[in-house]
Design a protein around this ligand. Structure first.
Ligand SMILES: Nc1ncnc2c1ncn2[C@@H]1O[C@H](COP(=O)(O)OP(=O)(O)OP(=O)(O)O)[C@@H](O)[C@H]1O
Ligand SMILES: [Mg+2]
Length: 383
């Protein structure tokens, strides 16, 4: 028998180097983000003059290049500081990985060479160690620390604004916060707001023609020559621009289309691969959502599926009866079902519509499934 890996190795592929399509890859050039990069640089240049830069807040929907631009600006500042008479540190913190004040301060201390435990110290101890870093250092020079707090809304939700308070009250620290949740400042108290004198930069969604430029650059790095049919990139760009102007989604479409071409042993990616890629990505997204729902909520969905297949009009009362049948006695209250319905609607899996039954008969909620019954069946009843 042929070795399975040898077989795969010999199989042709449209990809030249998949690494550059990975979401961790940082491109050396970011088309259509020059203004945003320039804005950050305009503030950060102060650090090269030994002045602590203003704090910056970046807003933008998902996939608008916030993380990529912040990392790019950090890299450029580091390069510009070489040989200058300054001592600048830049630290990147993803608040999904470090989501409490303690964890982040501990991480910053460790990155700057202090030995602090990941837990166990009091807040006072850890804050003193952190502040101490700014009093003296090996170069006997004032250090400027620029902290990038990516997905800061997660930190604020999880642990409040204590970290921002600490960082804004420490001399020589400048913060760049990134958020795709435009209203995250609601979670910052007035005490911190007054010391956070930040400049705001907005990242607009990408238009289709901008996504075309972004994808074209990536294709040169990651696909073999002549493997992309003419309408592939415009199609990926159009689909992603129609959705949210999300560059991550556009890249996902391109990668998945390439993988489908490989699976079908086609030596070129065609528009049909992109259309199929769109379905596959959507399918996976819905499947992921359903599988992470609590068990009782999955039962509600099962009941909706059953009623839909019977082509019945779904009222909340009818749904509750069907749900009780599905859950076989182990069911939640009628009231709780309304929460579930709301959540499923927010996730886009179902829709609800209130209809009037005519005089004196009141109003009824009609529930309709918004996703494909096939996806639900495959996910809820795996073979
Ligand atoms: N102008 C650009 N040029 C090249 N690649 C880009 C550009 N903007 C975004 N990308 C790529 O698109 C993907 C998503 O970008 P990024 O992670 O920076 O988005 P984000 O705004 O941080 O999204 P989120 O809010 O979901 O974190 C990354 O792979 C990134 O490299
Ligand atoms: Mg990001």
């Amino acid at each position: 028998m042929i070795n399975i890996f040898e077989e795969f190795k010999n199989r042709g592929s449209v990809f030249k180097d998949k690494k550059s399509l990975d979401h961790r890859y940082l491109p050396t050039h970011l088309p259509h983000r020059k203004d945003q990069i320039t804005s950050i640089a305009k503030y950060w240049i102060e650090a090269l003059n030994n002045v602590t830069p203003s704090d910056i807040t970046v807003y933008g929907k998902t996939g608008t290049g916030k993380t990529a631009v912040a990392k790019f600006a950090m890299k450029q500042l580091k390069e510009a500081a070489v040989g200058e008479d300054v001592y600048i540190k830049t630290e990147y913190i993803r608040c999904t990985d470090y989501n409490t004040e303690y964890q982040i301060i501990a991480r910053l201390c460790q990155q700057m060479g202090r030995k602090v435990p990941n837990r166990g110290w009091t807040k006072g101890e850890i804050l003193n160690t952190f502040r101490d870093i700014f009093k003296k250092n090996a170069f006997a020079k004032n250090m400027i620390l620029i902290v990038v707090l990516d997905e800061i809304d997660i930190l604020l939700k999880n642990d409040g604004d204590g970290l921002l308070y600490t960082l804004t009250r420490t001399n020589n620290v400048s913060i760049l916060s990134l958020s795709n949740y435009l209203e995250f400042k609601k979670d910052i108290g007035t005490r911190v707001k007054s010391s956070l004198r930040d400049r705001e930069i907005v990242f607009p969604p990408y238009r289709a023609d901008q996504l075309v430029d972004i994808l074209n650059e990536r294709v040169k790095l990651s696909f073999k020559e002549d493997t992309i049919d003419d309408d592939v990139i415009p199609l990926c760009a159009a689909i992603a621009a129609k959705d949210e102007g999300d560059a991550r989604y556009a890249l996902d479409l391109l990668i998945t289309a390439g993988e489908l071409a490989d699976e079908n042993e086609s030596n070129k990616v065609f528009g049909d691969h992109v259309r199929e890629a769109k379905d596959r990505i959507e399918y996976n997204k819905i499947t992921d959502i359903i599988l992470t729902l609590p068990a009782q909520q999955q039962r509600v969905l099962e009941a909706i599926l059953k009623l839909t297949q019977k082509k019945e009009e779904i009222t909340s009362g009818k749904l509750y009866d069907a749900y009780k049948e599905v859950s076989k006695g182990d069911s939640v209250s009628y009231r709780r079902i309304f929460d579930f319905i709301n959540e499923l609607e927010m996730l886009g899996i179902i829709s609800t519509n209130t209809v009037s039954r005519g005089r004196g008969k009141g109003r009824t909620n009609i529930i309709a499934l918004q996703s494909d019954t096939g996806i639900l069946e495959n996910t809820l009843y795996p073979i």
